[in-house]
Write a protein of this length. Structure first.
Length: 130
């Protein structure tokens, strides 16, 4: 069995869930960790460190769910805003009407290498010299 690392499955699952929700005539929403690096949303939309965004075709323009980020244009208080969300910042995608969808675990930064074992310093010894 190969131990080659694979890319994240999150963008693939997001695209699949988006298609499933819209194919069923429902409104797809994203729950996003607004504090994650690279998240660009209006600060007025952030509540308790999170933001909920409708990504329905009627609510956004030029949406792209890429492997690294989700980008689109959306209106907030009548003003068009460019939105950028790293896929690892998405906590859930779900249908507004019934809550069905998928939650994602928080993606943490890679674990640092464990520290090298430290040798216990040896106590000095006195030797008798004749």
């Amino acid at each position: 069995m190969s131990t080659t690392a694979m890319s994240s499955n999150r963008p693939y699952l997001l695209r699949a869930m988006f298609a499933w929700i819209t194919d069923n005539g429902m409104t797809p929403y994203l729950l996003v960790d607004a504090g994650a690096a690279g998240v660009r949303v209006p600060s007025s939309a952030i509540k308790d460190g999170r933001v909920v965004l409708s990504i329905a075709s009627r609510a956004v323009a030029h949406m792209e769910i890429g492997n690294e980020r989700i980008t689109f244009l959306a209106r907030f208080s009548g003003v068009s805003e460019s939105i950028e969300i790293p896929v690892q910042a998405v906590l859930a995608i779900y249908a507004q009407e019934n809550g069905q969808g998928m939650m994602f675990p928080a993606e943490n930064a890679p674990e640092p290498d464990p520290p090298l074992p430290q040798e216990t310093p040896k106590r000095p010894r006195l030797h008798v010299v004749k």
